[in-house]
Ligand binder design. Structure first.
Ligand code: ADP
Length: 299
């Protein structure tokens, strides 16, 4: 279990990137969903002990993460949002080198570790190729391979599917799903389907604050009866925006399908939607923009 209590981070320029974040993250996949600039990377880097928060506490099992960062690092696998420079070194040699850095001392252990990880991430066939020449999907799979060195108990992957094509994305998510239920895996993303497909628990972060937390299924259930849809002409959209809380719009066969948030039947030809996680997410963003929280709405 990873526990964050009132974690706040204010950058030197005054940006409050995290605002009293309190979260309990159990074993299994946990989705941290939020738009760009919400504070996801700041939170991931903070938990990965790459930066120290302005205030708050973080515990992982019996580890006080802020007081004993090196103990956390021994148990951590981290795939940053930007891996930086991709070396002209082969995948095999790079993994071997990183295993040395992670303290896998014996050559025999390293060989076993590196070979297992290359197979697990489906990179065995390209193990002798330079990482510099890898596609986006291969790089991300390599990123997971290096994050898994040393059997980490906490794995953090920051926006791993950004820029991947659908097939690569699927392959990558399947790989994450296989990592297992006995470790804490935090997946930060702005892509709703990443979370919907994969995560038994999730939170939505906006403007540095946790706005919603729970199991996707429960959150969808809780939102039932509040989302309504109607197909309108494209030119009508502005007038609907003035009268309703429009949470999303989608073009379909030249018309626009609007989804709105309403506690009661809005009439005017709107039909209730069997909302999905996307509606839950966009509702949360809409109410946040209005300065309300989901709890306010439920009250
Ligand atoms: P996300 O990963 O969700 O896109 P970030 O954690 O990168 O969000 O950013 C959260 C907020 O903090 C944004 O407003 C961003 O501009 C700001 N921010 C991020 N890094 C820094 C920094 N080093 N200095 C100042 N502001 C920063």
């Amino acid at each position: 279990m990873l526990e964050l209590t009132d974690v706040t981070h204010v950058y030197p320029n005054g940006t409050r990137a995290l605002d009293e974040v309190t979260l309990s993250i159990p074993k299994g996949m946990f989705g941290l969903l939020g738009p760009n600039g919400a504070g996801k990377s700041t939170l991931m880097r903070t938990v990965a002990t790459l930066q120290t928060p302005t205030s708050g506490a973080i515990r992982f099992g019996d580890i006080d993460v802020l007081a004993e960062p090196e103990r956390l690092r021994e148990r951590l696998g981290y795939l940053p949002q930007d891996f930086g420079v991709y070396p002209r070194v082969s995948a095999y040699d790079m993994l071997d080198h990183m295993a040395v850095l992670k303290g896998v001392a014996s050559a025999a252990d390293r060989k076993a570790t590196v070979e297992t990880l290359l197979n697990q991430t489906n990179l065995w066939a390209v193990r002798k190729k330079a990482i510099a020449g890898f596609s986006g999907g291969m790089r991300q799979r390599f990123g997971i391979a290096q994050a898994l060195i040393g059997n980490p108990e906490l794995i953090i992957v920051d926006e791993p599917t950004a820029g991947l094509d659908p097939e690569e994305r699927n392959r990558f998510l399947n790989l994450l799903a296989e990592i297992g239920e006995n470790v804490v895996v935090i997946l930060s993303t702005h892509i709703v389907e990443d979370v919907a497909d994969l995560c038994p628990r999730m939170a939505v972060i906006v403007d540095g604050r946790i706005r919603l937390e729970g199991a996707p299924r429960e959150l969808i259930e809780r939102a039932r009866g509040t989302v309504w849809a109607k197909t309108i002409a494209r030119g009508e959209l502005d007038s609907y925006r003035e009268r309703y809380e429009v949470i999303s719009t989608r073009l379909f066969a030249g018309n626009t399908i609007v989804h709105i948030l309403s506690e009661s039947d809005p009439g005017e030809g709107f039909a209730p939607v069997e909302g999905g996680l996307e509606d839950v997410y966009f509702s949360t963003l809409a109410t946040t923009r209005r300065g309300l929280t989901a709890e306010d709405l439920a009250a």
